[in-house]
Design a protein around this ligand. Structure first.
Ligand SMILES: CC(=O)SCCNC(=O)CCNC(=O)[C@H](O)C(C)(C)COP(=O)(O)OP(=O)(O)OC[C@H]1O[C@@H](n2cnc3c(N)ncnc32)[C@H](O)[C@@H]1OP(=O)(O)O
Ligand SMILES: N[C@@H](CCO)C(=O)O
Length: 384
């Protein structure tokens, strides 16, 4: 199905090291803490125009520039840039690779360290501790402080990025003027955990996973990771988008036997799987999917989501997409209701789209206009 590649490309990432490390929710300290990041635009003198963009499960810090591994444009290059809704002529945009990721922040592919920060001469692999969305946000807070920023004008993100945005507002309300959780939820649903588990099972079942020590064997669980991506990618689309794009078309000519026939949609999924393994680490995938599964902001506040935001000074923009069955509109409505109960200044929009969950990454003019309007309004309210 997918060719085996020896390792992920070695790319130098811009990053900052915090020697004191970070104590994680699981009780293990990661020291030093590495946070890889990119910035766009200029921080103003008052340090009041910073917008933190949080990425989704397999995104990274290359939000608005050519990706160093894939050579593709930034994953939100249609939204973040000069003159765009997240206008880098106006805002100082920061995006960091999440803790547990594989693009330079502390995570499974990075060198393992002991409690004193001494390198162990091998990657963490599956010994990398469990991380939570809150741990990811704490790591980003270190970066934001390192950049000399006390309060972010906004924290925005889609999917797992939206979970981080909500966590930021709940954990550091005084540091977040505005918050835009998009195509997300305040907890990961049973169905979403179930899909993640199928992906993890595919990785575990790959003999090249080697119990997580593929790095030692010079192997990569390419088949397992590819299948994990294929099944996950189905959840990012919608039935009508798949029908519109591929229908029941065959890829190429009809084969001699039906076993050899390849439907266009099959070919597409195989492509998504085989390109994914060139840019992502299997143990990072296991770590980050687990972090999403653990996320439950209401449970962290005695079962009442509104308590996560009680008395918050932050203003919110909640957005969902009508065909998103991974993070359906009902989840965004639940977040909005909790924000209303907490008397938070909140706006909510459900955007009409047949593109499914990944609509937040695509050209959706109404979404872009609404988010741009929210950010402009926030900037004015903040006196920018
Ligand atoms: C937030 C984040 O944090 S970042 C992570 C986001 N990035 C990703 O998820 C990357 C992979 N995902 C995608 O490409 C997503 O579908 C999107 C949303 C980002 C892009 O969606 P679209 O622009 O609609 O692209 P689409 O889903 O149609 O995929 C196009 C790719 O499929 C390929 N393709 C299309 N049809 C077929 C087919 N029948 N057979 C094989 N390949 C096919 C295209 O050649 C193209 O390949 P390329 O990406 O290598 O150039
Ligand atoms: N397709 C995006 C969104 C998933 O939520 C990603 O891979 O990160």
């Amino acid at each position: 199905m997918s060719e085996v590649i020896p390792s992920l490309p070695d790319v130098e990432h811009q990053r900052v090291l915090f020697p004191e490390g970070l104590m994680l929710d699981c009780g293990v300290k990661v020291a030093p803490l590495a946070v890889a990041y990119r910035t766009y635009g200029t921080l103003n003198e008052a340090r009041s125009n910073a917008v933190l963009v949080c990425h989704a499960l397999t995104g990274d810090q290359y939000v608005a520039e050519t990706h160093p591994v894939t050579g593709k444009p930034g994953w939100w290059g249609n939204l973040v840039g000069p003159g765009l809704p997240v206008d880098t002529d106006r805002f100082f945009v920061i995006c960091a690779n999440v803790l547990g990721g594989c693009m330079g922040s502390s995570g499974p592919p990075e060198e393992m360290t002991d409690g004193e920060g001494r390198g162990q001469g091998r990657p963490w692999g599956t010994d990398f501790p469990s991380v939570t969305i809150r741990d990811m946000v704490r790591a980003q807070k270190r970066l934001v402080e390192h950049l000399g920023i006390g309060r972010l004008l906004a924290v925005i993100g889609g999917s797992m990025g939206g979970m981080q945005a909500l966590q930021w507002a709940a954990t550091y309300p005084e540091s977040v003027f505005a918050c835009a959780p998009i195509a997300t939820a305040a907890h990961h649903s049973a169905q979403n955990i179930a899909f993640h588990e199928v992906g993890r099972a595919a990785i575990h079942a790959d003999p090249d996973w080697c119990g997580g020590a593929y790095w030692r064997e010079g192997r990569l669980p390419a088949q397992g990771l590819s299948v994990a991506r294929m099944v996950a990618h189905i959840t990012y689309l919608s039935e009508s988008a798949l029908t519109r794009k591929f229908g029941r078309r065959l890829q190429g000519a009809k084969a001699l036997t039906f076993l050899e026939d390849v439907f266009a949609v099959e070919s597409y999924l195989r492509h998504q799987g085989s390109t994914f393994i060139r840019r992502f680490d299997a143990n990072s995938y296991l770590t980050i999917t687990r972090a999403m599964d653990y996320f439950d902001l209401a449970a962290d506040h005695g079962g009442d989501l509104s308590l996560a935001f009680r008395g918050t000074p932050t203003r919110f923009f909640v957005a969902s997409f009508s065909s998103d069955w991974l993070f359906p509109t009902a989840e965004s409505r639940a977040v909005t209701r909790a924000l209303n109960r907490a008397a938070a200044r909140t706006s909510f929009i459900e955007l009409e789209s047949d593109k499914g969950h990944d609509a937040f990454l695509l050209d959706e003019p109404e979404f872009h206009a609404a988010l741009g309007g929210f950010l402009s309004g926030a900037a004015e309210a903040a006196g920018l």
